[in-house]
Design a protein around this ligand. Structure first.
Ligand SMILES: [Zn+2]
Ligand SMILES: [Zn+2]
Length: 370
């Protein structure tokens, strides 16, 4: 089968090959899935560029890919998943957890100490076939378009980030309008948030946000460039928009110190910071810990992965009720051979999400409707 392989510890095309690999052999507890669509993610970009942050996690040769959907091809002999059959349309949670540690045993598998990520620690889904443990397979309905099924892992990150409170009637701020910020904005709007505030440092990203809101006829989007505008003025405008209260929840997607401090400035007393963005290094400086954290009584929560499996349940319920995130797919390719081109588009911020169809989109659609 064809697969996209991190073949050597090198940056760019020198370290990544699209090449022939053996079809994985599913173990007795695994399911083999024929990949219909797979999406490029920031993590893949770090692997592609052999970023120091991922070098400890990836040992070449390794097949890329942890965001995908496909069709069940083969089911291991020990698998007991009621209703799971060959041909089913599925995705999978690609964080494989131990099931034995204190976190796993208390329903917190997303922070398992022994998490293994397929597409990073083990071979992933940028291939014609991928094997995953049966327990991690998620059955999908036809309310999940293939283009969206391709990035449920990332959508799950966005759902998890917003899964900290009921967003109906709330003022929600999103700092960083990359792919996951864009999905979080869509979730907030779909969930009935009264105000959605988006900040970014790129006019192009903010323009995308405005276009999205206008296409949805959503009137309560406020988008600010926090690089070119005066931050004090933006904070004042946000105070005015929220009747002097501040925002209920900030979904922090950028990892930048400036954005985290800005988030602490605009969140209301007793508000919530849901933190997904990773800083470039490890340290972040909080400018006013006394006033903005302690005296404000805020709650700060780090977001890793997806809750297993309440995030998946909520995500599928949101999609079933009409959450539209297909628009974040801004480039598609009908062959894995186009991986380098797709990565280039993603790298240059020309597409929020890039989706590759190993067999081509038409063939994948035909399988879905067969
Ligand atoms: Zn991802
Ligand atoms: Zn565990």
């Amino acid at each position: 089968m064809q697969a996209v392989v991190k073949s050597a510890p090198e940056d760019g095309a020198k370290g990544t090959e699209i090449r022939d690999c053996p079809v994985p052999e599913p173990g007795p507890d695994d399911v083999l899935i024929r990949v219909a669509a797979a999406a490029i993610c920031g993590t893949d970009k770090h692997i592609y560029h052999w970023d120091p942050s991922i070098r400890d996690s990836v040992t070449p040769p390794r097949i890329y890919g942890h965001e995908f959907c496909g069709f069940v091809e083969e089911i291991g002999e020990r698998v007991h998943r009621e209703g799971l059959a060959v041909g089913d349309y599925v995705s999978a949670e690609m964080h494989i957890v131990c099931g034995e540690c204190a976190q796993c045993r208390s329903g917190n598998g997303h922070i398992c100490v022994k998490t293994k990520i397929y597409g990073l620690h083990e071979d992933g889904a940028f291939a014609e076939f991928v094997k995953v443990p049966a327990s991690n397979v998620i059955r999908l309905g036809d309310y999940v378009p293939l283009r969206v099924g391709a990035f449920l892992d990332a959508l799950g990150n966005a759902v998890h980030t917003t899964q900290v409170m009921d967003l109906a009637g709330k003022a929600v701020a999103i700092t960083g309008f990359g792919p996951i910020g864009a999905m979080a904005a869509a979730i907030a709007e779909h969930s009935g948030a009264s105000i959605v505030i988006v900040t970014d440092v790129s006019d192009h990203a903010l323009e995308t946000a405005r276009r999205w809101a206008s296409n949805r006829s959503f009137k309560n989007l406020h988008a600010f460039n926090v690089r070119t505008a005066n931050p004090a003025e933006v904070k004042q405008q946000i105070q005015d928009i929220t009747d002097g209260v501040g925002v209920d929840v900030v979904c922090e997607m950028s990892g930048s110190s400036a954005a985290i401090n800005f988030a602490l400035d605009i969140v209301r007393m007793g508000g919530f910071l849901s933190l997904l963005g990773l800083p470039a290094g490890h340290a972040v400086t909080i400018d006013d810990y006394t006033r903005n954290v302690i005296f404000k009584g805020v709650t700060m929560q780090g977001i890793i992965g997806r809750r297993m499996y309440s995030t998946w349940q909520r995500m599928l319920a949101l999609l079933r009720s009409g959450l539209d995130v297909e628009w974040v797919v801004q480039a598609t390719f009908d062959s894995l051979q186009d991986f380098h081109e797709g990565m280039g588009r993603f790298d240059r911020h020309e597409a929020l999400k890039v989706v590759l169809f190993p067999e081509g989109e038409k063939a994948a659609q035909a399988r879905l409707h067969a």
